[in-house]
Ligand binder design. Structure first.
Ligand code: MN
Ligand code: MN
Length: 297
């Protein structure tokens, strides 16, 4: 792995996240939120590792702006902005929650406190289950519930979810230990005490990724598949990233073909089980003995 690429991706991701934290987003559209962050990434000689996620309120994750998305951020909203940056495929994954409802300020602090403690104990040999335990303990102590079926993950070059999960709750049974030479994202999600603490898949799907390059036998769809592969490999993409090359109705038709033929996977939004507000915080780190390099600090 390339430490230099990870450090560069991390530095850019952190800068984009902090700018997003400081900005006043009320009155902006989700399209503006996503595109501003993505433009900033591209202006710094890096690429988005996935479409910026801008998930409102009870939507925990996996919403990105549609082409022309006019959804407005309003006073009273809680917005998770999740940012991925890659340099030569080495990915930094980080998130911030901007909160325009003072009732949820403390819950944002709970997710951030849980993340701070998790990254403090994370080093070579730390058990993933111990990270889950501190996250659950801190969020619970502050009066909230962790989302139990969302988790952090190992990362590999051009792969965001590389197979290992870092839980947000204490889990029984076998657990792996963090390894030197591997990168991990840790991402506590929390909801209110009256939430279910579980997310389910919603109907909306606006993030996509190639899962197979086997020809679909539809000439136009295969041509689009090649365009996507050349630009994004198997990393996630959004329709609005392709509307410069394809008119939207045709693009949607061809993507439908590729989804049906299982060349492309579509990721549904993830919604809190009782539609309660969800907050998130996230960092990416590379463990070492005695401590980790938090590349997105
Ligand atoms: Mn993320
Ligand atoms: Mn992540």
């Amino acid at each position: 792995m390339s430490i230099e690429s990870y450090l560069k991706a991390g530095k850019i991701a952190s800068q984009v996240r902090e700018d997003a934290r400081r900005k006043y987003h009320v009155g902006s559209t989700l399209l503006e939120v996503c595109e501003a962050a993505e433009a900033q990434i591209r202006s710094m000689e890096a690429q988005p590792a996935f479409p910026v996620n801008a998930s409102l309120n009870e939507i925990a994750a996996h919403y990105t702006a549609e082409p022309g998305d006019e959804t407005l951020v309003k006073e009273g909203d809680v917005l998770k902005i999740d940012i991925g940056v890659h340099v030569d495929g080495y990915i930094a994954d980080t998130a911030v929650t901007v909160c325009y409802d003072p009732r949820h300020d403390q819950m944002v602090k709970a997710a951030e406190a849980a993340l701070a403690e998790a990254v403090r104990i994370a080093r070579t040999g730390t058990k993933a289950s111990d990270i889950g335990k501190v996250i659950e303990t801190i969020i619970g102590r502050m009066g909230y519930r962790p989302i139990q079926n969302l988790s952090g993950h190992s990362l590999q070059q051009y792969t965001i979810h590389a197979g290992k999960s870092i839980p947000n709750i204490w889990t029984i049974g076998s657990s792996f230990s963090l390894q030197t030479g591997e990168a991990y994202a840790i991402e506590p999600f929390a909801t209110t005490k009256d939430g279910s603490g579980v997310v389910h898949e919603g109907k909306v799907k606006n993030i996509f990724g190639i899962t197979s390059r086997k020809p679909s036998k539809d000439k136009d769809a295969d041509e689009l598949l090649t365009v996507i592969w050349n630009r994004y490999r198997s990393l996630p993409f959004a329709l609005r990233w392709l509307t410069n090359a394809y008119e939207e109705p045709r693009l949607r038709r061809l993507i439908d073909v590729l989804v049906k033929k299982k060349n492309v996977h579509s990721y549904p939004i993830l919604v809190e089980g009782r539609e309660k507000t969800v907050v998130q915080a996230e960092h990416t780190l590379i463990p070492a003995d005695g401590g980790s390099t938090i590349i997105t600090f």
